[in-house]
Design a protein around this ligand. Structure first.
Ligand code: FE2
Length: 135
């Protein structure tokens, strides 16, 4: 199953949208790697790449929040932290137990749902704030 970035996920800030599109591309790459039955080492490589990219993206957003005195920085940052913890737990699970296709795919879909919710609510609110201070 492919997870597509759709225009309804656009927050209206090109830089953030581009990073979200890349995250979706990488999540697809990860799901493909699982579905193709790639070994633990390869799967972990793809997941590490995805994790690093996502952490950089979160950092970018958090910098914007600080620079713009965003009042909802803390709850937003906490959501990022939660996602990072979940990805770390998934990495540990794969490291310890190897790739259990069903369980890894289930976790991946939970992560995708989290991403969609986060973008639709939390990131859109940040984008609204960015637009409001530009006016
Ligand atoms: Fe965010």
């Amino acid at each position: 199953m492919a997870v597509e970035w759709n225009s309804y996920l656009s927050v209206g800030v090109e830089r953030i949208d581009d990073q979200h599109k890349e995250i979706f591309r990488q999540v697809n790459g990860f799901i493909d790697a699982i579905n193709q039955g790639n070994g633990t080492t390869q799967v972990l490589e793809v997941l590490t790449f995805l994790t690093n990219y996502t952490v950089t993206h979160f950092h970018d957003e958090e910098e914007i929040m600080e620079e713009t005195d965003y009042p909802r920085t803390e709850p937003h940052r906490k959501e990022h932290e939660k996602f990072c913890q979940d990805v770390l737990a998934l990495t540990n699970q794969i490291e310890v137990k190897g790739v259990n296709k069903v369980s890894v795919l289930q976790t991946s879909h939970t992560m995708v749902n989290w991403l969609i919710q986060h973008i639709m609510n939390t990131d859109k609110a940040l984008a609204d704030h960015m637009r409001s201070i530009r006016q």
